[in-house]
Design a protein around this ligand. Structure first.
Ligand code: AMP
Ligand code: MG
Length: 321
């Protein structure tokens, strides 16, 4: 893929970015802090492409960027506390973790299958593009995992050239601080990450105590826990064959021996495409997460590229609990 670099000078640049995002392509763009790697939050293939471009070994949930409270309310359920915080601090460096709204335009790969979603309204081009798309954008930092964070179009190009469609060059980043991440409850705010909005400002705006996440480990580190997102049934990985009555998560064109005795089969990608498999993973785990399903078996999935993150997630789903 050829990566275009165009200056973020006028409407034409944003129109080009909008067209690419609508087509499910990735666009690196300046945010208040560093460059973000933006994609359509509702598109499983766009979100999978973000993880692939960054070479992330895990599916961390991503922050959704919206253009205001109206779009935010299509994404998440707001209570009065959350609404007060948004009105006070948006646009700006405050990310709210809230219950995912029904029919939210957010793909499960972007939330890593969580029932909550992290969202904020940024300043500038990221918010404007979400507005043009009329959908949220996910935008983690525009750098390969473990590499230097992109604070200019040149640095972003060095890391991601050939892997993304477009870089909007808005000059060097001011390098502000990251967004504060907070989970509001009726009686307290849980501060998940310190950032541009202070603890005191949050407490003052909400009129509530701000607590640390130690007491809420599952909230603190979604995805980091060994057995998080695990379905109710037992999960067997790298299966060479299916035993009668098992629920099967398959991959690729070759049928597992014994597949005809399965209770149900979901194939993550009949053609063996890892990006497609990533996009279907959380929906498959959710479909088989039921008290009535006690045995789930997963075919062996290659460990290269997105396969590393897929296998990491499956290992957590299968961990003893
Ligand atoms: P960033 O790297 O700035 O894009 O921020 C991503 C951060 O948001 C990660 O630390 C995630 O763990 C956090 N995050 C995203 N979604 C959630 C969620 N549903 N619950 C808690 N934290 C989240
Ligand atoms: Mg980063």
């Amino acid at each position: 893929m050829q990566t275009e670099i165009i200056p973020l000078a006028d409407d034409a640049a944003e129109e080009r970015a909008e067209a690419l995002l609508r087509a499910g392509e990735l666009v690196a763009l300046p945010t208040e802090t560093v460059y973000g790697l933006a994609g359509d939050a509702a598109s499983g293939s766009a979100v999978a492409a973000i993880y692939a471009a960054k070479g992330r070994p895990q599916f961390n949930p991503l922050i959704c960027h919206v253009d205001g409270l109206a779009m935010a309310k299509r994404v998440a359920d707001f209570d009065p506390v959350a609404e007060r915080l948004a009105e006070r601090f948006w646009p700006g460096p405050l990310t709210l973790v809230l219950p995912l709204a029904e029919n939210a335009p957010v793909h499960p790969l972007a939330t890593a299958g969580l029932p909550t979603v992290a969202l904020r309204m940024p300043q500038g081009v990221a918010a404007r593009l979400a507005g043009r798309l009329e959908r949220p954008l996910v935008a983690p930092s525009a750098n390969p995992s473990g590499k230097v964070t992109g604070t200019s179009a040149e640095i972003v190009a060095r890391g991601l050239s050939g892997r993304i469609a477009l870089i909007l060059d808005g000059g060097p980043s001011a390098v502000g601080v990251e967004s504060t991440i907070v989970r509001p409850f009726a009686d307290r705010l849980v501060l998940l990450r310190a950032g541009g909005v202070s603890r005191e400002a949050l407490a003052d705006a909400a009129g509530l105590p701000v607590t640390d996440p130690e007491a809420d480990a599952a909230i603190a580190a979604p995805g980091a826990l060994a057995s998080h997102y695990a379905p109710e049934g037992r999960v067997r990985l790298d299966a060479a064959a299916v035993e009668p009555g098992e629920h099967v998560i398959a991959f690729g064109p070759a049928p597992l021996p014994g597949i005809e005795t399965a209770a149900a089969v979901i194939n993550l990608s009949p053609t063996g495409d890892l990006a497609e498999a990533a996009a279907h993973l959380f929906a498959a785990l959710a479909a088989f997460d039921s008290p009535d399903i006690d045995r789930i078996v997963v075919a062996s999935i290659p460990r290269h590229g997105l396969g590393e993150a897929i296998n990491d997630r499956l290992k957590r789903a299968a961990a003893p609990r």
